[in-house]
Design a binder for this molecule. Structure first.
Ligand SMILES: Nc1ncnc2c1ncn2[C@@H]1O[C@H](COP(=O)(O)OP(=O)(O)OP(=O)(O)O)[C@@H](O)[C@H]1O
Ligand SMILES: [Mg+2]
Length: 431
């Protein structure tokens, strides 16, 4: 590795014999070697164990200072436009340099190191050096600046270590180890940056999904109101007119009377269907009564129609759910219950919404036909059997985990676990 270094000649050991001297030198060299290894292992361990970026930078700087015998360190990272360096971590000395910005175009040591992608080790004043920039005016016993190089040799920043009390007398081997440490740190920083960007993306996706659910619910609500205020009112009006017409013309022919009452029947059924569609589009009771009572009403009705005995538990301990989460939970339960009604033929049904330490768990269980979950997943054609998929998707959008267990003849259990922080608003003061 090319290393620029100014080193004084070592002081002579005049009182030692030659063999004592070489033995001591050998011993010190071995000690230094194991020190180098320990420094690398310590950095590797710190990089693997620390998730917090600031803590990681401080730890890496401290380890580099310890190993190199310097007492002040800064770590600078290149801005995305690559025109300036910002001090991201500082250990020892005046910490006001933290967050200061150094232009890359200037004549600083950091820019020199960054441009040449080489470490620069200096002992004593540097003004006498021809290869060091003019603006350099450190008056220190020793200092070393190292580029942070990520593969394939892309410089993303600089580590600068200063000794303010006495020169550290680094050997080329020491400098090589420090450069390996800087490169390791560069990879860790790059990974941390990737991870951070991924987290931001994930958060943006989550927010977009939430907005989508919101928009979908809003749209459903609007359509429900439109149908309720428009089509449903017209149907009611026409039905009433039919009734009035029948009342005014009692003596008509038998066929006409039968036809009329057939029409009335058809109208009544149409009205019921429209009401069902409205309720399905937007369980308006959710706005008026909240999730618990809406579910109670829905299950009472579904139970009546299916002839079930329904066991319903709602134990959320005062948890206030975000409105779009209430709608999501209602829809998942609605589909699971509707599946039980359509496919299970179970004598009873259990529906549970319960708060655990960190989750809200919802469960629908029947003791009916059951089915083979894996086979069913592949058996559907386009547009068919979207219920299970829809439940799983709705759960995922809200950060939940969807699970279905079923066996032919043994019934079905649908379970979703939502992390509380993803679905809860503020706690109710008096649960
Ligand atoms: N509780 C249940 N008991 C028995 N079989 C079930 C149950 N739930 C789902 N199934 C089986 O899984 C299949 C897929 O369910 P899914 O809800 O995806 O579709 P679907 O109910 O047939 O149609 P839709 O798209 O209208 O919901 C069903 O056709 C049925 O065979
Ligand atoms: Mg279904």
């Amino acid at each position: 590795m090319p290393v620029s270094a100014l080193r004084p000649s070592p002081p002579p050991h005049s009182t030692e014999t030659t063999s004592e001297g070489s033995f001591r030198a050998l011993f010190e060299a071995e000690q230094r070697k194991s020190q180098r290894l320990r420094a690398l292992v310590a950095l590797g361990t710190a990089l693997a164990a620390t998730l917090d970026l600031d803590e990681l930078l401080d730890k890496a700087l401290t380890l580099a200072l310890e190993f190199s015998g310097h007492d002040q360190g800064s770590l600078m990272l290149l801005a995305p436009e690559r025109k300036s360096l910002t001090v991201q971590a500082a250990v020892g000395g005046d910490l006001s340099r933290l967050h200061s910005v150094i232009p890359v175009a200037g004549g600083s040591v950091a820019s020199w190191v960054l441009r040449r992608k080489r470490p620069l080790y200096l002992e004593g004043r540097a003004e006498s050096l021809t290869h060091v920039p003019r603006a350099y005016s450190k008056d220190l016993p020793s200092s070393i600046s190292l580029p942070l190089l990520k593969p394939p040799r892309q410089a993303i920043g600089v580590v600068s270590l200063n000794a303010t009390r006495q020169a550290a007398h680094l050997s080329p081997d020491d400098i090589e180890v420090l450069q390996i440490m800087a490169n390791q740190l560069a990879i860790a920083l790059d990974n941390a940056d990737l991870y951070r960007r991924l987290q931001i993306k994930e958060q943006q996706l989550q927010e977009a999904a939430t907005r989508l659910v919101h928009a979908q619910e809003e749209e459903r609500r609007r359509v429900a109101y439109d149908i309720h205020d428009g089509l449903a009112q017209m149907l009611v009006g026409t039905y009433q007119r039919l009734q009035a017409f029948q009342g005014r013309r009692p003596g008509r022919a038998r066929e006409a009377k039968e036809e009329l009452s057939g029409l009335q029947d058809q109208f009544r059924r149409s009205l019921e269907e429209v009401r069902r569609v409205i309720a399905d589009l937007r369980p308006s009771s959710l706005d008026d009564f909240g999730l618990e009572r809406s579910l109670q009403q829905y299950l009472a009705e579904a139970g009546r129609e299916a002839g079930w005995s329904v066991q319903f538990t709602f134990a959320t301990g005062g948890l206030v759910l975000l409105p779009h989460c209430e709608a999501t939970i209602f829809r998942i339960l609605q589909e699971a219950v509707s599946n039980a009604r359509k496919h299970a033929h179970s004598p009873r049904l259990l529906v549970k919404v319960a708060r655990r330490a960190h989750h809200l768990v919802i469960e629908v269980r029947d003791w009916g036909n059951g089915f083979d979950v894996d086979t069913s997943r592949h058996a559907a054609g386009p547009g068919q059997r979207v219920g299970l998929m829809g439940m799983a998707e709705r759960a995922t959008v809200m950060g939940g985990a969807f699970q279905i267990k079923s066996q032919p003849g043994k019934g079905t259990q649908v379970m979703v676990r939502f992390p509380l922080e993803a679905i809860a608003g503020l706690e109710r003061k008096n649960p």
